[in-house]
Each structure stands twice: as structure tokens, then as C-alpha cells.
Design a protein around this ligand. Structure first.
Ligand code: NDP
Ligand code: 8X3
Length: 251
């Protein structure tokens, strides 16, 4: 029987690449995100290759919308084998005494509360079946802090802690939990962080062969296709030119 994967934030970056890779490998794919047009475009692209795809258009920060999306799942789509908690963002870069509290709310509401809302809704379906695999996309910002990264780093440290907590709480149900902590990856991430300033976003990757969204998708695929008795709990992945948040060798 075909397996089903649910990916939050599949309209761009890691989420889109993961949906594409799993669809190519015969999985049934549930894609989610706020930008409906992009969701429908991806749905069309993947179904055109013969994949079974369901798109759900909601904002992970909206608990009622999250609940309603999953309560109304068409029959046959409730058996979710893999959940990838990927939807997330960094907004702004500033010192703690100078930060924009709206940016802070967006990051905490999306990266922490949104991840919790989706997990709270989907995990019981896995518990009922006694199996499942949850991936939480944290970051090297969940392992270290860097100047001006304060609240984004705090939100990703929370994801790191939640991955450990979920692993413990879901242990007796046979559910795997894998924390993925990527370093610099070229997606729409920096465009969002710099609020649409493409020049600033491009400068982030200058002289570095950054990770691609496809690299992260491959890592998720690898972790999810290991034998039943093997669980990768935590993985940090950086470009070869990056040794940590503060160590980059630009060429
Ligand atoms: P992108 O900006 O390319 O993609 C982010 C995705 O998240 C989009 O599909 C977006 O969809 C979705 N999203 C954002 N906010 C919401 C929301 N409120 N509700 C639903 N979906 C939302 O970035 P990445 O692919 O790079 O980022 C994916 C994850 O990886 C994030 O959690 C990020 O923090 C993390 N990460 C990224 C790294 C990088 O260097 N790129 C490194 C380490 C971690 P839409 O706007 O349509 O809702
Ligand atoms: C994204 C990586 O280093 O910009 O989470 O925080 S970093």
C-alpha cells in the first residue's frame, strides 16, 4: 500500500522539493501552505506525473483552520505516515533592544505555535495507528545563537527541544521523530527575512555553494526510508563551506 506524507509549507523551498521527491517515489502527498495559487500549481504539476496529491490551504498560525483542514480530510487521506513540520520563517535581523515585535510574533506564532498546532492535530492519528514519522525542520539556529538572530534562534531552539520532547512522549507508540537542523540553504528564506529585498538576500549566498532545497529533501527521504527499527533523532547539515553559524569560508 502506498504511504502518505504531509508537508507543511510546500509552496516553496524545502517543502516543495520534499513534496516533489516523495511524489516521484510513489508516495501520496498532502501539500499545505497559504499561497493557494502556488499550491494548485504544484498539485497540477505532480498529478501530471501520475502522483496522488491533496492540497490544503491554511495558515499554520490559525488553530481553527488547522483543525478544520484535518477534520475534513477526504476519506483515505487520514492515514498519514509521515508529517514534515517545515512551514517557518525568519523575519528581520536586529539587536534585541531594537527588534520589531510584529516580526517576533510572526516567528514565534509560525515556527513554534504553528508547528504545535499541526502536531497536536496529526499526532493522534498516528498514535491511533501505532506508527508514524514526524520530521521537525529546525536549524543550526536551533543549536547556536548569532548576533541579530535572537528571536529566530529562540524559536528554532524551541523546535529542537520539542523534537526531543516528542520523541520521548511518542516513544511508546512506535512513532519516530527526527529533528533536521540545516545551515545555509538558498531558498526564498532570505527574501522573506529581508522583506523582499532581493539584493540583501542574494548577498547572503555570495561566494558560498549553499545547500539546495533538494539536498534537504534527499536527507528527509533517506531518514524516512531506513529500516523500521532505526530512527535518526537529530541531524545537522551545512554546506561544506560552513562549519557553524559564525564560520563561513566564502570564495
Ligand atoms: P521558504 O521561504 O522557501 O519556504 C517556506 C515555506 O513555509 C513556504 O512554503 C511558506 O508557504 C511556508 N509558510 C510560512 N509561513 C507559513 C504559515 N504561517 N502557514 C503556512 N505555511 C507557511 O523557506 P525554506 O524552505 O528555506 O524554509 C523551510 C523551513 O526551513 C523553515 O522552517 C525555515 O526556518 C527552515 N530553515 C531554512 C534554512 C535556510 O537557510 N533556507 C536553514 C535552516 C532552517 P506560504 O508562504 O505559501 O504559506
Ligand atoms: C536558517 C539558517 O543560519 O540563517 O535557519 O539561521 S540561519
Amino acid at each position: 500500500m502506498k504511504k502518505t506524507i504531509l508537508i507543511t509549507g510546500a509552496t516553496a523551498g524545502f517543502g516543495k522539493a520534499t513534496a516533489t521527491l516523495f511524489a516521484k517515489n510513489g508516495y501520496r502527498v498532502i501539500i499545505t501552505g497559504r499561497r493557494k495559487e502556488r499550491l494548485l500549481e504544484l498539485e497540477k504539476e505532480l498529478t501530471g506525473t501520475g502522483a496522488e496529491v491533496l492540497s490544503l490551504n491554511f495558515d499554520v498560525r490559525d488553530l481553527a483552520a488547522v483543525k478544520s483542514a484535518f477534520e475534513n480530510l477526504p476519506s483515505g487521506w487520514k492515514d498519514i505516515d509521515i508529517l514534515v513540520n517545515n512551514a517557518g520563517l525568519a523575519v528581520g535581523l536586529s539587536h534585541i533592544d531594537d527588534g520589531d515585535t510584529n516580526d517576533w510574533d510572526r516567528m514565534i506564532d509560525t515556527n513554534v505555535k504553528g508547528l504545535l498546532y499541526v502536531t497536536r492535530t496529526v499526532a493522534p492519528l498516528m498514535v491511533a495507528r501505532g506508527s508514524g514519522h514526524i520530521f521537525n525542520i529546525s536549524s543550526i539556529a536551533g543549536k547556536e545563537v548569532y548576533e541579530n538572530g535572537n528571536v529566530y534562534c529562540a524559536s528554532k531552539h524551541a523546535v529542537d527541544a520539542l523534537s526531543k520532547a516528542m520523541r520521548v512522549d511518542l516513544l511508546k507508540h512506535g512513532i519516530k521523530v527526527t529533528n533536521i537542523a540545516p545551515g545555509m540553504a538558498e531558498t526564498e528564506f532570505s527574501i522573506v527575512r529581508f522583506k523582499g529585498d532581493n539584493e540583501k538576500a542574494d548577498a547572503v549566498y555570495r561566494g558560498v555553494r549553499a545547500l539546495t532545497a533538494g539536498d534537504i529533501a534527499e536527507v528527509i527521504f533517506f531518514c524516512s526510508t531506513l529500516p523500521e527499527h532505526v530512527c535518526i533523532n537529530d541531524l545537522t547539515i551545512t554546506p561544506t563551506q560552513q562549519a557553524g553559524a559564525g564560520y563561513l569560508s566564502r570564495k
